[in-house]
Design a protein around this ligand. Structure first.
Ligand code: NAP
Length: 323
């Protein structure tokens, strides 16, 4: 009976809060991508509608959103086979901020709580906005030891690494792991996650990153290699042909590597993983996972921030601040 009263009270409070919130957050500032192109196509608008929350969604007052390679690539047209019919879209995956409102079925978070999280790769209302909307399983309490700027650098990259290590490679304690491209946010997360799981880690990276790799627990740091992804093939040939082609390309490499070197080869993609996000937060709070932030820009200077990433003026993580 008491539980029922609490639950009714909570639902009542939520709907009152939503009514109050709706009275002043019907629209907000956001960076829109109206067409694909260079940084100049990005537009900061002050009156972008905030949709009603679905029952499982959380409205986050964004304080910091980091720039991922996916953002600059989407801006340039990567994934156009998926995103072109949906333009204008809002870029951005990562966010750190405070809960501004919750949908009717959200149980794990309360209004006012500091949170961080990342949207899945195909979300069309991204986080470059004062008010981001994320499903409950894509957001959790912010690591208390980190600022919003530091926290926003982590979820998308770390969850990508998490999936590669835990779901695809299924790493276990004592294994030897090679992280290709350890210098970036995904690779650097992978090193720290693998070290925390008790693995022996070697990595490839640029010369300037070697010390950072070794300090993070890698036992060896050597050269760097990069490869393409499935969405490029879908962009070139359309979804119906591009995705099977991508699967075929992956299969060809799997066979090649298996027979030439006995190596299991797979492509992996970021996806929402609530347990993973919670483990990532715990590792952050334990001081075992961190992604250094090279520079911050106010959201109003989003074009300059994208120029800096496109031209590789700033090699490390760039974060946009929203005050
Ligand atoms: N499939 C998916 O779901 C998924 C998800 C996330 C990312 N990705 C892809 O994975 C790749 C890496 O992403 P990312 O977020 O790790 O990119 P990133 O942080 O921008 O890193 C890219 C490269 O920049 C250099 N770099 C980064 N931080 C540096 C620093 N502090 N100091 C010096 N150099 C630094 C590194 O070069 P060196 O290695 O030469 O040192 C690194 O490999 C991208 O192609 C991205 O699109 C895919």
């Amino acid at each position: 009976m008491e539980m029922m009263r609490i639950s009714i009270h909570r639902r009542l409070l939520c709907s009152v809060y939503k009514v109050v919130l709706r009275s002043y957050v019907n629209s907000c500032r956001a960076v829109l991508l109206p067409r694909f192109g260079g940084p100049e196509v990005l537009q900061v608008h002050s009156d972008v509608p905030v949709p009603d929350l679905k029952p499982n969604e959380v409205l986050v007052r964004s304080r910091a959103v980091s720039i991922n390679p996916l953002d600059t690539r989407m801006r340039s047209g990567y994934g156009r086979s998926i995103f072109e019919p949906l333009l204008p879209i809002i870029l951005g995956r990562d966010v750190s901020g405070e809960v501004a409102a919750i949908g009717a079925s959200v149980r794990s978070l309360v209004v006012g709580q500091e949170v961080f999280g990342a949207l899945h790769p195909t979300a069309i209302r991204g986080t470059y906005t004062d008010y981001a909307i994320l499903p409950e399983n894509e957001v959790t309490a912010k690591p208390s030891s980190l600022s919003h700027v530091e926290a926003s650098a982590i979820p998308f990259a770390a969850l990508t690494a998490w999936r590669a290590l835990k779901s695809t490679a299924r790493i276990s304690e004592g294994q030897r792991i090679l992280v290709v491209g350890g210098g970036g946010a995904v690779g650097f997360s992978a090193i720290q996650l693998a070290v925390a799981a008790g693995c022996h880690v070697a990595t490839t990276c640029g010369r300037e990153s070697v010390d950072r790799m070794l300090k993070a627990g890698a036992e060896q740091a050597v050269d760097y290699v990069a490869e393409g992804e499935a969405a490029s093939l879908a962009d070139n040939y359309g979804l119906a042909i591009g995705l099977p082609l991508a699967k075929g390309a992956e299969l060809k490499k799997q066979i090649k590597y298996r027979y030439s070197h006995g190596i299991e080869y797979s492509w992996t993609y970021m996806r929402a993983d609530f347990e993973g996000l919670i483990e990532i937060r715990k590792l952050c709070d334990a001081g075992r996972l961190k992604i250094p932030v090279d520079k911050t820009f106010p959201i109003t200077q989003v074009k300059d921030a994208h120029v800096a990433k496109d031209k590789k003026i700033i090699p490390g993580k760039v974060v946009l601040e929203l005050s």
